[in-house]
Design a protein around this ligand. Structure first.
Ligand code: PLP
Length: 424
């Protein structure tokens, strides 16, 4: 399938006059249509709720849009809790799915009334000692180990993942928590990441629903919700078939009716904690070609670098690139598209066939709406870019300004040298 850009060349020409490249641009219309379709796909479950994984795109303006559709927030750190609170997402609209959790984070999550999702059995005592009680509603993260397969395809390797409790531990944890006064229980698992298949959620649901029936029978607890977490992926590559959220919702419903309903558990709510699926395709990184270099390979140097989008450098991920205004040109030039870090892995594309690129061309790097800006950092003293929202009416709104040197030096503010640096 051809990958389309959600902004036109004409719109972009206007936007860059106000906001110089590089910046991340988000598509309000796309975000809204997608969240509506997700809600419809799970409307068969009266308790259904999406807790947006804030880490994917921690921008209050964007999370606010999802909140309008009843989404909560999945947080796993102190600052993510603060962000949620600031936009009025509080109490049980927050799922605190943390791991290796510092005490002060449990304290804040409890103070805000968030649902706490325990990553480990030892965290029961740690939580109780930290906050002085066990909450009435509590969730546990499950990791069955082994390989997670769909037919013969290995989707991921839970046995090698640091998250969650073993089968034995989750039974034990539920018994202990019940003794300590917990009333409503949740089960959570995240067994495969960025799955581009309609079968992942239904397969995961089967594992969790069967486990839930056993847990309810053997420990006598009331299971209130099952949290399928994140993991629904997006087609980064043009030849990938996108997920069909309706088929995914239907697949989960079938397993629900097959496993939970006959066990008398037809009141269990389904929760999700999607990140990538909610925002990934609705963001892109807009950058300008500023150099071309002809050495042992052909390089196009752009004004963005890996600090603005780390996925290619970190995981070798593919991100599609469109050269604006040259959509219909033949892709007959082979380029490495590189940033300016003193690191040879700072490349957005390697040996990519693209139209002939000239200095000044705008390159749109696709699917940066989740785990894009969010993974940014400041190596080489590089600054984080702005974030801009392309609104439904076609206008552009700044939703985060670009960093300045003063931001970079801000943590020297308690020293004399800092005062000098910040003024520069
Ligand atoms: C990262 C994460 C998510 C979201 O994952 P996506 O792949 O972006 O959907 C959900 N839940 C937890 C606990 C996570 O760590």
């Amino acid at each position: 399938m051809k990958k389309e850009v959600f902004v036109t060349k004409e719109q972009l020409d206007e936007i860059v006059k106000e906001f110089p490249t590089p910046f991340h641009l988000y598509d309000e219309k796309g975000i809204r249509e997608n969240v509506k379709a997700l809600k419809e796909a799970f409307a068969w479950n009266p308790g259904y709720k999406e807790y947006f994984a804030v880490k994917a795109t921690p921008n209050p303006f964007l999370v606010q849009i999802l909140k309008e559709y009843g989404c909560g927030c999945d947080c796993s750190s102190y600052t993510e809790l603060i962000l949620s609170d600031a936009i009025g997402v509080r109490g049980e609209d927050i799922m605190f799915s943390s791991n290796d959790t510092p005490a002060e984070e449990y304290v804040l999550a409890d103070k805000m009334g968030a649902i706490i999702n325990l990553d480990d059995i030892t965290h029961i005592d740690f939580l109780e000692q930290t906050i002085g009680h066990i909450p009435e509603t509590i969730s546990c993260r499950y990791n069955p180990g082994g390989l997670f397969k769909i037919s013969n395809d290995i989707m991921d390797n839970p046995g090698d993942s640091k998250f969650g409790m073993t089968t034995e531990q989750i039974f034990e944890a539920f018994k202990i928590l019940k003794e300590k006064g917990a009333k409503d229980f949740g089960i959570h698992a995240f067994l495969a990441s960025n799955t581009v298949t309609n079968d992942y959620y239904p397969m995961l649901a089967k594992v969790l629903f069967e486990q839930a029936v056993r847990l309810q029978r053997e420990t006598g607890v009331h299971i209130k919700f099952i949290n399928l977490s994140g993991g629904i992926g997006i087609p980064y590559k043009p030849d990938q078939e996108p997920n069909d959220i309706r088929a995914i919702g239907d697949g989960v419903r079938r397993v629900y009716e097959e496993v939970l309903v006959p066990a008398g558990m037809g009141d269990v709510a389904i929760y999700t904690e999607l990140g990538r699926y909610m925002m990934g395709p609705y963001g892109c990184l807009v950058t300008t070609a500023i150099h071309e270099k002809h050495t042992h390979k052909e390089y196009i140097g752009v004004d963005a670098c890996a600090v603005n989008l780390m996925r290619p450098a970190m995981y070798g991920s593919y991100h599609h690139i469109t050269v604006m205004g040259k959509e219909d040109w033949p892709c007959n030039h082979k380029y490495d598209v590189s940033g300016s870090l003193c690191e040879n892995n700072d490349k957005f594309a390697i040996d990519r066939m693209l139209p002939k690129i000239d200095k000044g061309d705008y390159l749109v790097i696709h699917d940066t709406g989740a785990h894009g800006f969010a993974m940014g950092y400041n190596y080489n003293g590089k600054l984080r870019s702005a974030e801009v929202l392309l609104r439904e009416d076609g206008t552009a709104q700044l939703i985060r300004r670009a960093e300045t040197p003063a931001d970079y030096f801000a943590t020297f503010d308690c020293f004399d040298i800092g005062k000098k640096l910040i003024q520069k």
